[in-house]
Design a protein around this ligand. Structure first.
Ligand code: NDP
Length: 280
């Protein structure tokens, strides 16, 4: 039997990247999925990928909208219950680094950028968790949040509010896990490193070609990604599935699994170690 048979999952940010791959993986393994994002055309792409994987329309629910809007959050819960009758899994994946309108970095980034970044990467997760909670308590369900190795401990001057938001999300994951454990709801998270998705085009404003070149370059530099390649969205979807699968990860709560090909294990000094010795 497929591991998500009879399971119902809401996957936010599933019009692209990691969320899209997660929706296809979950549905291929039996889940009924609610897919969502602001971009209706890209959601149709996700729907097509699901159909190509022989997922019937009766297993697909689509909500178009901005996850920071309460009406959209409510529609996600309401339409999922109407179409599928319950909610077993909530994947809080929608997220992005919001570009500063004046291109500022570091401590000079605007406060409006801070608010928008937190609204998306933290507040919407809190709100979706509150709204899904009674339904997950009923089904004894799972929450998987998508964080980032940007949360630390390395500093992130280029996009500080994004990394601060993901650090806040990590603490929320731990807190929610303990708070919801008595209701038999498990909460965990995944912290990806570099993953070739739309993230760089949306968050960093790169065009597709530059984005592809950046991911290829990162993957080819062992001091950036010791594993030797940049992850694809499917690599992260598999980790999300592990945490959403109670049979596989029942005893794990409040943890963040780092999936970064070793990026966060390398210090600059290590990367240059051999050359430093040669230089002396
Ligand atoms: P993508 O840009 O490819 O996908 C992001 C998804 O989030 C899209 O479906 C987008 O949909 C959705 N989204 C963004 N803003 C909103 C919004 N306001 N309302 C509703 N949906 C929204 O990026 P990834 O797949 O890479 O990102 C997924 C998660 O992974 C994010 O939380 C990101 O922070 C995290 N992550 C990514 C890394 C990477 O290198 N790619 C590294 C570490 C973490 P739409 O545009 O249709 O609204």
């Amino acid at each position: 039997m497929a591991r998500f048979n009879d399971k119902v999952a809401i996957i936010t940010g599933s019009s692209n990247g990691i969320g899209q791959a997660t929706a296809v993986l979950f549905a291929s393994e039996g889940a009924k999925v609610t897919i969502t994002g602001r971009n209706a055309e890209r959601l149709e792409v996700t729907k097509k990928l699901l159909q190509d994987a022989h997922i019937p329309d009766s297993h697909i629910n689509i909500v178009v909208g901005d996850i920071t809007q309460e009406s959209v959050q409510e529609a996600l819960i309401k339409t999922t219950l109407e179409k599928f009758g319950k909610i077993d899994i909530l994947v809080n994946n929608a997220g992005a680094g919001i570009p500063d309108p004046q291109g500022k970095t570091g401590v000079n980034q605007s406060i409006s950028t801070y608010h928008k970044t937190f609204e998306l990467n933290v507040q919407s997760v809190l709100e979706m968790t509150q709204k899904a909670r009674p339904h997950l308590a009923k089904s004894q369900g799972e929450i998987v949040n998508i964080s980032s190795i940007g949360a630390g401990p390395a500093a992130q001057v280029a996009n500080p509010y994004y990394s601060i938001a993901k650090a806040a999300l990590d603490q929320y994951t731990r807190t929610a896990a303990i708070d919801l454990a008595p209701e038999n709801i498990r909460v965990n998270s995944v912290s990806p490193g570099a993953v070739a998705t739309g993230f760089s085009t949306v968050s960093r404003g790169l065009d597709e070609q530059k984005s592809k070149a950046m991911y290829e370059y990162l993957g080819s530099q062992k001091e950036c990604i010791p594993r030797g390649f940049c992850a694809g969205p499917e690599d992260i979807a598999k980790v999300i599935a592990f945490l959403a699968d109670r049979n596989a990860s029942n005893y794990i709560i409040g943890q963040t699994i780092v999936a970064d090909g070793g990026t966060s294990l390398i210090l600059g000094a290590h990367a240059h170690g051999a050359r430093m010795v040669e230089a002396i």
